[in-house]
Design a protein around this ligand. Structure first.
Ligand code: PAF
Length: 284
């Protein structure tokens, strides 16, 4: 695997690949890699000639400085895992390389409704920061395919919208890969590294709550199900629950009762011992 720390070095490598008309799959990450990320890398490898992974903890998408400072860094292990998986190129820039003029930007991405609900509501400007970095990375890498994890359901929708808004040289195909879970149901996440064993056990309450909602979808009303899920999380030590919402799977509009043929998703975000966890599950 070739490791490029600068844009110019990466572009040199990418030009060689593009000259040979080889396809490029791209997996953007913030490091602290786990099986979820590696499943994206493997999917990219199986569908492309060359896979580029980026590791960059993007300061502009954190609305909480402490969360940014505490973001886990396991770079030596990450490099080893990527090598083992067969990744072709790792882009590993520092903040100055990506934001030579500083992190402030006047650019505003028009994300409409998507930015006003759920993560958009509870993490002001988070998605603007995500768009800022993902656009930069896509302009640099110019991949044929972009691989994202379904665990960040709303982020996938935001990036889909970003791709529509971007002026690109060629189409970028978005591939969304299912969430990878521990045996307990806990969704794999870099933030899990900040939980001890008891907290990890308690964190499975998110999965249990989603399964409960799915199981009783036809029997109970949605407000009651959301309330029961909330109680389950509180009982397991979640000190703050940002949201538990059943939404239309295609536009994230909140839904209060079941209508036929409507695909639904439940989305949850809550804090366990100061660690913010999110997850989602398609219901029908
Ligand atoms: O999902 C993430 O890890 C990040 O939001 C992303 C897409 C790499 C942008 O920094």
């Amino acid at each position: 695997m070739i490791i490029c720390k600068t844009i110019s070095l990466l572009k040199l490598q990418l030009n060689l690949i593009k000259e040979k008309q080889l396809s490029i799959g791209f997996v953007p990450t913030m490091g602290a890699l786990h099986e979820g990320h590696l499943s994206l890398v493997r999917a990219s490898i199986s569908q492309n000639d060359c896979t580029v992974c980026s590791i960059f903890v993007n300061p502009t998408q954190f609305n909480n400085q402490e969360d940014y400072n505490k973001y886990p860094n396991t770079i030596t292990h990450d490099i080893y895992q990527l090598e083992l998986a067969g990744c072709s190129i790792l882009f590993l820039p520092d903040v100055e390389e990506i934001y030579p003029e500083g992190i402030l930007s006047n650019k505003k991405y028009n994300l409409d409704y998507l930015e006003t609900v759920l993560e958009g509501k509870f993490r002001p400007n988070h998605f603007q920061g995500v768009c800022q970095i993902v656009e930069k990375l896509l302009v640099i890498v110019e991949p044929n395919q972009l691989f994202l994890g379904q665990k960040d359901y709303q982020q996938c929708m935001v990036i889909e919208k970003l791709i529509e808004l971007m002026d690109k040289k060629r189409e970028i195909e978005l591939e969304i890969i299912p969430t990878i879970r521990e045996k307990t149901g806990l969704a794999m996440s870099s933030r899990n590294a900040r939980l001890n064993e008891t907290e990890k056990e308690n964190a499975t309450a998110i999965f249990k709550a989603m399964v409960h909602i799915k199981n009783y979808l036809n029997e109970k009303n949605f407000d009651e199900l959301e309330k029961e899920a909330n109680e389950l999380l509180q009982k397991n030590g979640f000190e703050k629950i940002d949201y538990i919402k059943i939404c239309n799977a295609s536009d994230l509009q909140e839904v209060h009762s079941r209508k036929s043929n409507q695909k639904l998703v439940v989305l949850i975000a809550g804090f366990l011992n100061g660690v913010r966890l999110i997850d989602n599950m398609q219901l029908i």
